[in-house]
Design a protein around this ligand. Structure first.
Ligand SMILES: [Zn+2]
Length: 348
């Protein structure tokens, strides 16, 4: 299979902008996480007040990122206007500063309906106590009870990485077209990583701003959350990949992490194979054993060694996404054991 190629092998230095196409600039913001950076883009735009730049994704809400934005606005963008902020999805590395930027610059926020209201909900979630639904989610999975206290604090912490979102937004919908400085960008829907991720495709120049939907090396987290325990996120994710296969192979993909690349079809096939392998692994496991979600997670991610509670929760959500896929398609049967945990067995 063809390999991916990377036309811009070096990321922009902190606080600097790199042109990746005419009217499309790339910048990076640091993240205090395992994944240590996010790619943001600026796209040339024009509104009733004249030309300017549309900011695509914002970085996390912390002092370092705010200072870098100030530096960029006063440096490489000095004297230029910002026309708006567009967030591909609600995650804090993408939308953390949406509120701060739109407030400071007095510009609109563009987001899909689902992502905008999820952002507002998350920003307002400062509750440390886990609800009975959340406790049931972890209990059904067989998650060790002694880690639950840590999780409540971790879940509440997410709201601190987000500046207060604006009270109004402009809605993005899949299929809609945005004209930015004369270039037409088609909006595509990505599901599975989040509910209503937006990708922007310029069909004429073959450029795709892909957010977290098509990362070149790492695989996006496709994880069932306690707020929707029966979610069929792998079904959603694979469905999105199948739709994105309609885009041309020579597309320049601008991802939110790692480097811009060519090789969209290759990458989609790699991602399909990755999830196919996870599904096969779980099919085999549920033939020989009847694992709980926690046990299946330990097996599926054995190569990662011992995980911290937060990573364990994400891994568990990812494992459950694959189990839900097989269960909801009738391949696995699910029963509750005497301790209140779900167990999964192959039907065939
Ligand atoms: Zn994300």
């Amino acid at each position: 299979m063809a390999e991916l190629s990377y036309p811009f092998p070096l990321p922009p230095p902190t606080g600097e902008l790199v042109d990746v196409a005419e009217g499309v600039k790339w910048l990076r913001m640091p993240l205090p996480l395992g994944l240590d950076h996010i790619n943001l883009y600026l796209v040339a735009d024009e509104d009733e007040n004249g030309p300017g730049w549309l900011i695509i994704d914002t970085g996390i809400s912390n002092d370092v990122t705010r200072a870098l934005w100030q530096q960029i606005l006063a440096g490489p963008l000095a004297g230029q206007r910002i026309t708006g902020v567009l967030c591909t999805h609600y995650h804090y590395d993408h939308a953390g500063l949406a509120g701060w930027l739109t407030e400071m610059l007095r510009v609109p926020l563009y987001m899909s309906y689902g992502e905008y209201f999820t952002l507002r909900t998350l920003a307002a979630s400062t509750e440390v106590n886990l609800s009975w639904q959340y406790l049931e989610y972890f209990q059904r999975a067989g998650f060790p009870a002694e880690h639950l206290d840590d999780l409540g604090a971790v879940l509440a912490m997410a709201s601190q990485l987000i500046s207060s979102p604006p009270t109004a937004f402009r809605r993005l919908r899949a299929g809609q077209e945005l004209t930015l400085a004369g270039h037409r960008w088609q909006l595509h829907l990505g599901e599975g990583h989040v509910a209503e991720h937006m990708l922007l495709h310029d069909a004429q120049r073959n450029i795709l701003i892909a957010g977290d939907q098509l990362l070149p090396r790492i695989t996006s987290n496709v994880s069932v959350l306690p707020s929707e325990p029966e979610g069929d996120l792998i079904g959603d994710w694979l469905g999105s990949l199948a739709r994105l296969q309609a885009l041309p192979e020579q597309t320049l993909v601008l991802p939110a992490h790692e480097l811009p690349y060519h090789g969209l079809q290759t990458r989609i096939q790699q991602l399909q194979r990755h999830h196919g392998q996870h599904l096969d692994h779980l099919r085999r496991l549920c033939q020989s054993q009847a694992p709980t979600i926690y046990e299946a997670t330990q097996q599926l991610f054995a190569h990662r060694g011992k995980l911290q509670p937060i990573d364990q929760m994400m891994a568990q959500g990812e494992c459950l996404a694959h189990l839900n896929y097989l269960h909801q398609r009738g391949e696995l049967e699910r029963s509750l054991d005497e301790t209140g945990c779900y167990r999964y067995r192959c039907r065939y």
